[in-house]
Design a binder for this molecule. Structure first.
Ligand SMILES: [Fe+2]
Ligand SMILES: [Fe+2]
Length: 156
């Protein structure tokens, strides 16, 4: 069984309006992503406080599955949008998405494994870092491109 390291509570992600990239449905998805990361955080904190493993850990896995599901759906819609606006960095952006999901799935697999020692605050820090990179850097680049398009050629 995984040993649960750590013990101190992690900070939750509170949404900042500067994180908005100015495309409503994208911002709504990102907002929901932050909320799901917070739910995962709560579950990890509960599991770290409770060394009896079992239930607390299965909640972590469930929250992780929900987060991955949301992220996959978001990426699919985003990639479709990028294709429709003929985003020049489309392939690189999709590759980044692919690698990000693969990392989360690896993490999920490690958490589920009996010998895993992955459930700690570092994991949450990694997921938050990933989130900032996606929301603040990668997606901002396509939002800038989208805004540079002539209005009548830009799909919603
Ligand atoms: Fe993206
Ligand atoms: Fe995104």
């Amino acid at each position: 069984m995984a040993s649960l390291r750590g013990g101190s509570m992690t900070e939750l992600l509170s949404w900042h309006d500067e994180w908005c990239i100015g495309i409503d449905w994208v911002d709504a998805d990102h907002h929901e992503m932050a909320m799901r990361i917070n739910r995962l955080s709560d579950a990890v904190n509960a599991a770290l406080d409770d060394d009896r493993d079992g239930e607390a850990k299965s909640l972590v896995l469930r929250r992780m599955d929900e987060l991955i599901k949301h992220i996959r759906a978001h990426f699919a819609v985003e990639e479709d949008f990028l294709r429709r606006i003929a985003y020049p960095a489309y392939e690189g952006h999709c590759r980044a998405h692919y690698m990000e999901v693969a990392e989360l799935i690896d993490l999920r697999r490690a958490l589920a494994g009996d010998s895993a020692d992955e459930l700690d605050l570092e994991m949450l820090a990694d997921i938050k870092r990933w989130f900032f990179n996606h929301v603040i850097a990668e997606d901002r680049a396509y939002a800038d491109y989208y805004r540079s398009l002539p209005q009548d050629s830009a799909p919603e």
